[in-house]
Structures are given as C-alpha cells and as structure tokens.
Design a binder for this molecule. Structure first.
Ligand code: GUN
Length: 313
C-alpha cells in the first residue's frame, strides 16, 4: 500500500493561522512582535529564503525589517549591527541568514545574538536549554519536524527514531527533540557502518543528509514514517528520468524549469513507508512557519510569559 503523504503545506498554514491570531491579539494590546533579518551579500538561494521570511511576516502581522550589508562587511561591523538589534526593544527576533561570506567569523556572530532574540535557536545558550529541557528557542526545521509528527498523530514516545545527518542546524537538534519526546534515538553519519541496516530499525526515519534520493526502499522498514529534510536540485535529465520517469506532473515541471527539487529520500520509498513527507511541500514550509512561531515565542518569553506547547516536544 502506498504511504500516506504528510502535507507540510497544510500543517504550515494551520500554524501560521494560529500565530496570526495570537499576533493580532498581542498587537491589539500594544505589543507587535518584530523580526530583523540580516542578509549579507548576494547569495541567490539566501535571497529567496529571506524574501519568503519577510513576506510571511507581512502576512501574519509581524513587524519585519531587512538589513542587507555588502559581502565586504567585516566581523566587527556585523557585530555592531547585531548589538544594535540586541538593544532595540521593538525587535524580538534576530535572524542572520547563513552562510556568511568566509572572511566573517560566523561562530562569533551567532554567539553575539541575544539568546532571548535568537529565533534560529543556534546560540549555545539555546542549544543548552534544549538539551536540558528548559523553555527556550528551538531551531525552526527540527521544531517543524516535531509539529508534522504531532499534528499527524504519529507517536514519538517509545518509538525507534533514526536521524541520518548530524548537522548543528538539523540533525543534532532533531535528535534532541526526539529524545525529549521519549523516542529511542540513533544518529547516523558518513562513518556509520551498515547504514541501511540501522535505518531499517526506525519507526521514524529522518533524512537530513543533502544527497538526492540516497534513502532507497531497502533502508526503510515497511510501515515506517519517513521525514525528508533534503532539498536537492536535479538538473541532469538522465538522473531525472531514473527518479521520476513516468510521473507526468514532475515531467511537466522539469520541462518548464529545467530542474526539479528532490529530497534525500528516493520516490520509490512511498511504496514501502507508512507515511512520508514529500519534497517539495513537506518539511520546507514548516521552516518559515516555525520561524514565525519562534518570533511570537520570543516576544512572549522576553516579556516573561509562560509559553505553551507549540514546538516544545
Ligand atoms: N540557511 C539555511 N538554513 C538556514 C536557517 O535555518 N537559518 C539561517 N539563519 N540560515 C539558514
């Protein structure tokens, strides 16, 4: 039987609507959550991501401002910008879009963001809060993965979860959230022995590797839930046909755009999995929705509010 497709667009829209309702109530009480996005240089992919973030703020009634210093900016100058945003009370969230140009010391910049405004959840203070189950700001994509599972009624507690990829942005925080949700968690990476065998143990398999269609059906236990965090652009027609030959809708997109977005999970996994997230339209939309939720959460946390469940596993 074909896997249930977990509709990330629908879940993200639900979350955005919930955030918008709370933002409206807060704004009526005189507090409008605000997000500052810092985009250094002209990375085309980053420009697209940042445009989406600013647009989503507008739709939800969140104040936003975009800072676009040139890629010649020094670490010291960027630190000054971050510190200025730290001081401004109307700014609740600060997001420094990554990657930064290589002469800039990224670690130093991320360390300079006030942890109370760190809507990416990248500051070591927030990493520590997450690992010790204290209220804090949780990275957006991992928080979105948990929302997909919860809102699809997929149990976490007691389940075997396998996370493939150990990045600071996705793999590690996702593993931490799953541990906090009482799953039994294994984290795999390039040195893992018998990767397919380890993955086959999973009730919940999270693929965050960055390699197109690497997770094939033989990695997946029949009936497992598969979460695909990959966003890989395929432009080679032969590769496209190997993956999607016979899929009329995909073929149309590929003909029109000359490329298509492929996850880390092979499309044929749909024949084995019990449920899976598509690419596009799975985890991707949750990243921005959770950024909006984090901006609202930061606005509340900074004012001493107790923050309820959303995004806390
Ligand atoms: N670049 C790619 N993903 C992200 C993200 O989640 N946050 C930031 N700040 N930059 C990114």
């Amino acid at each position: 039987m074909a896997a249930t497709i977990l509709d990330g667009n629908k879940i993200a829209a639900d979350i955005r609507a919930e955030v918008a309702a709370e933002v409206k109530a807060m704004s009526a009480a005189g507090i409008r959550p605000g997000l500052a996005v810092v985009l250094v240089g002209n990375n085309p992919a980053s420009e697209i991501y940042v445009r989406g973030k600013v647009k989503s703020c507008e739709e939800l009634g969140i104040y936003s401002e975009k800072h676009t210093p040139p890629d010649t900016i020094s670490t010291a100058q960027l630190l000054e910008l971050v510190q200025d945003l730290n001081r401004r009370d109307e700014i609740d969230g600060i997001l420094v879009q990554l990657p930064l140009p290589s002469p800039v010391d990224s670690k130093k910049i991320l360390m300079a963001v006030d942890p109370a405004k760190d809507v990416d959840g990248f500051h070591p203070v927030n990493v520590g809060f997450l690992s010790t189950q204290r209220p804090g700001l949780v990275p957006c994509t991992p928080a979105g993965i948990i929302e997909i599972l919860k809102r699809s009624n997929i149990p976490i507690a007691g389940q075997e979860a396998v996370v493939v990829g150990r990045s600071d942005i996705v793999g590690k925080p996702t593993a931490m959230l799953l541990i906090n949700g009482n799953a039994t968690v294994t984290v795999c990476h390039s040195k893992t022995r018998d990767l397919p065998g380890v993955c086959r143990r999973a009730d919940i398999l999270v693929a965050a590797i960055g390699r197109a269609a690497m997770i094939t059906p033989d990695f997946v236990r029949p009936g497992a839930t598969v979460i695909d965090v990959g966003m890989n652009k395929v432009t080679d027609p032969a590769e496209f046909h190997r993956l999607f030959g016979g899929n009329a809708k995909r073929e149309e997109t590929f003909r029109a755009k000359g490329s298509t977005l492929v996850g880390d999970v092979h499309p044929r996994v749909a024949e084995v999995a019990g449920a899976m997230t598509p690419v596009p339209g799975g985890v991707g939309p949750l990243t921005i929705a959770m950024l909006m939720a984090n901006t609202l959460k930061a606005a509340k946390l900074r004012r001493g509010a107790e923050v309820p469940a959303l995004s806390r596993a």
